[in-house]
Design a protein around this ligand. Structure first.
Ligand code: FE
Length: 168
């Protein structure tokens, strides 16, 4: 009887937590700063960008333009310009996609459980426009142990400002 009570309590607590996290995710998606119709996105984005950012597609491994780029700068969302990743956190994961061990700021991305393709993964989306970026895995390097595996096509790159020389 006691075991049953404890079991019931655990189930109840799990349900409450689950409901709370669902509400949080929905709130995040509703409060997007950039909220466009799919038709508007189709006009703005290239077919490849639309396929990945809006339809949650994946570019083929080792084909993206940022997979082996190592310049200093900031990676931004290709759809809305939201600053997402610093080149400092980029590392060679050998997986065929640009990989980062952390986002520029946790608030820049939305995480969502993804059970598509027979796998359980954590999807990463842009917190400003909701565009699909990739997934995050827990097999990354220190200091976070995370690997944000991101499609190049979802990103743009802003090179770090070079030193400004003022002519007198
Ligand atoms: Fe975005």
């Amino acid at each position: 009887m006691k075991t049953l009570k404890i079991f019931s309590a655990i189930v109840l607590i799990s349900l409450v937590f689950s409901a709370c996290s669902q509400t949080q995710k929905q709130t995040n998606m509703e409060n997007l700063q950039v909220n466009k119709s799919e038709e508007e996105w189709k006009k703005q984005l290239t077919p490849e960008q639309f396929e990945v950012l809006r339809l949650k597609g994946t570019e083929r491994a080792f084909t993206g333009k940022f997979e082996s780029k190592w310049d200093s700068g900031i990676y931004v969302c290709a759809a809305c310009g939201n600053e997402l990743f610093n080149s400092n956190s980029k590392f060679d994961a050998g997986c065929g996609w640009p990989s980062f061990y952390e986002a520029l700021d946790k608030s820049k991305v939305i995480e969502k459980k993804d059970i598509s393709h027979g796998m359980v993964r954590i999807e990463i989306m842009c917190a400003k426009c909701g565009g699909h970026l990739g997934h995050v895995f827990d097999d990354g390097p220190k200091p976070t142990g995370l690997r944000y595996c991101i499609n190049s096509v979802s990103l743009d790159f802003k090179k770090k400002d070079s030193t400004i020389v003022i002519k007198k």
